[in-house]
Design a protein around this ligand. Structure first.
Ligand SMILES: [Ca+2]
Ligand SMILES: [Ca+2]
Length: 277
């Protein structure tokens, strides 16, 4: 039986931190999807050397509610880079009938935005979903180029955007700016990467009919948060900074491996001691 995300999380607590924040963050209201964007060149694993295998354990089984998603709510302000880095985004998996799209924007010392993946539909063995399309293989990646220190990154899902275009729902990492006021993204820090997983269905768990607050259609959401799963490579130093770990100097690199008790239940800034035992 495939392990659930929760069991995988428990097994991985030594190196994994939910990027959780109690702070409601700035709205993403300024963001607009630009239909003239083109997808960057999609690179295969053999071209990039990226290995998706360690991240597959965090892909939730299809249509199984992700428990305690609020504990892994992403605070988008945490994606503020402290160090320059050539950022890449890698496709991990998708369990969705929708033909989803993913975009990013960078705001700060680097200002740009664009499409990352135009058709997030999985091809080959290991795909969680069997719904249409065969555009991406596990581990395929795209490059955002150099993002400079002092830039905030953020990400948007256009749900079934390939089919629905401008009428599609766009979900952000910021719960408050989603039309249904629900969380649609979870994030984890793992192995010096950030794993980002989205829920693509509008509305609360199994809700149907028209949402009277917005006039939009509740889509019977399963809240499985596996509809788009990607990994962000923002660099080890940036990840360590955002999870509150001390960025190692060369002389203390070994002691980093002593940091084994980072809580999965919140972003607690733990000051690493530099004693040898
Ligand atoms: Ca799903
Ligand atoms: Ca779902």
């Amino acid at each position: 039986m495939k392990p659930t995300v929760l069991t995988a999380l428990i097994a991985a607590t030594a190196t994994l931190t939910g990027l959780f924040s109690k702070v409601e963050t700035a709205s993403a209201a300024d963001f607009t999807w630009d239909n003239s964007w083109t997808q960057p060149t999609v690179l295969s694993k053999s071209q990039t050397g990226f290995n998706d295998a360690p991240f597959q354990q965090f892909v939730q089984a299809e249509s199984v509610v992700l428990p305690n998603s609020g504990q892994f709510k992403l605070d988008p302000t945490k994606l503020n880079l402290k160090y320059d880095y050539d950022v890449s985004v890698y496709f991990i998996n998708e369990g969705a009938g929708y033909r989803n799209q993913l975009a990013f924007d960078a705001l700060g010392t680097t200002n740009k935005s664009g499409l990352l993946f135009n058709d997030i539909s999985c091809e080959g063995s290991g795909c969680v979903g069997g719904g249409g399309g065969n555009a991406l293989k596990l581990g395929d990646g795209v490059k955002l180029g150099n993002i400079t220190a002092g830039t905030q990154l953020d990400f948007w899902l256009r749900a079934d955007g390939l089919n629905r275009g401008n009428s599609a729902n766009i979900f952000s990492t910021d719960t408050a700016s989603n039309a249904d006021k629900l969380q649609h993204a979870v994030a984890y820090a793992y192995n010096n990467y950030i794993l980002l997983a989205f829920e693509d269905l509008y509305g609360d768990l199994y809700a149907s009919g028209i949402d009277s607050a917005t006039g939009k259609l509740n889509e019977g959401s399963d809240r499985d948060f596996n509809d788009v799963v990607v990994v962000l490579d923002i660099g080890e130093k940036n990840v360590k900074d955002l999870i509150g770990a001390t960025v190692p100097e060369p002389s203390v690199t070994l002691s980093m491996f002593a940091v084994g008790t980072v809580s999965m239940f919140g972003l607690r800034r733990r000051r690493q001691t530099r004693t040898s035992n």
